[in-house]
Design a protein around this ligand. Structure first.
Ligand code: B1M
Length: 213
């Protein structure tokens, strides 16, 4: 197998045997983010497909998630970081009812490496907890992640609750079940401030930079 195929395979197989050596080799050819967005995400896509076809069980998908997390942790020190002053503070959470956190944590790493202070509230975060944290932390922006179809709906509810609490800082939303269209048509009208859809973590960084300029 080629290096790229082996990298995807670690994720699909949920195996870490030889992973770090191959990640090291990949670093001589690609940037850390290209390794994540390329072969590792391709592996995750395949895991999603197999899971959907009932060819993998949750326990196996968890192993794949572990491989992805270990890879991101290994690659993180090699990622570019800017030494800029703090550009803003962002409250980050996976919405209520959703446990998926790999994408959210990638957003934390990439924005954290590029001048943002991230307050990561974790997973399954209900609106009340966001509101409480908002009042405590006074962030410049709120980032919401969610991968399930029902999480997209949960973002609508969350945006309403935040608005009712008088909050109007920009909200950045992302995750597999979301689209720009859904964001603009269903979430944004429920909120007082801006709601912006990011397709991936780098897009999230670009948007945050534009908003904080
Ligand atoms: Co779940 N899962 N899962 N899962 N899982 C999906 C999402 C699914 C599409 C798989 C499938 O069926 N094909 C499906 C959702 C179906 C739907 O609603 N349409 C699904 C399901 C059904 C479930 C359960 C219900 C399964 C069950 O129990 N029967 C269950 C849900 C539990 C719950 O949340 N209440 C469940 C559980 C799990 C695991 C725990 C086993 C594990 C998660 C482990 C973890 O996160 N710690 C897991 C995994 C790994 C997946 C897949 C395979 C991979 C997700 C992932 O980590 N991708 C996923 C299928 C898939 O996506 N191909 C699937 C890699 C990650 C880097 O990408 O998170 O999309 P992603 O983030 C991207 C962008 O979306 C974006 O940037 C990132 C890239 O840079 N982004 C943002 C994300 N958040 C952002 C926020 C931003 C900006 C950008 O700003 C704030």
């Amino acid at each position: 197998l080629s290096l790229e195929e082996r990298l995807a395979n670690y994720v699909v197989e949920g195996s870490k045997e030889g992973l770090l050596d191959d990640l090291n080799e990949a670093l001589s050819k690609y940037s850390p983010l290209d390794i994540i967005n390329g072969p590792l995400m391709a592996g995750m896509g395949e895991v999603g497909r197999l899971f959907n076809n009932n060819e993998l069980i949750v326990a196996e998908v968890l192993q794949s998630a572990e491989v992805m997390k270990a890879s991101v942790a290994f690659l993180e020190p090699f990622m570019e970081r800017s030494d800029s002053a703090v550009k803003g503070r962002i409250l980050l959470a996976t919405v209520k009812g959703d446990v998926h956190d790999i994408g959210k944590n990638l957003v934390e790493i990439i924005l954290g490496n590029n001048g943002y202070q991230i307050i990561n509230l974790g997973i399954k975060v209900p609106p009340e907890q966001l509101i409480e944290a908002y009042r405590r932390e006074k962030p410049d922006m709120i980032g919401l992640s969610g991968l399930l179809v029902k999480s997209a709906q949960q973002m609508v509810v969350t945006a309403q609750d935040l608005k009712n609490a008088g909050i109007d800082v920009p909200i950045l939303v992302g995750g597999a079940a979301l689209t720009k269209k859904f964001t603009d048509q269903k979430i944004a009208p429920q909120y007082e401030g801006l709601v912006v859809y990011a397709k991936d973590a780098m897009d999230g960084l670009d948007i945050a930079n534009r908003l904080s300029d």
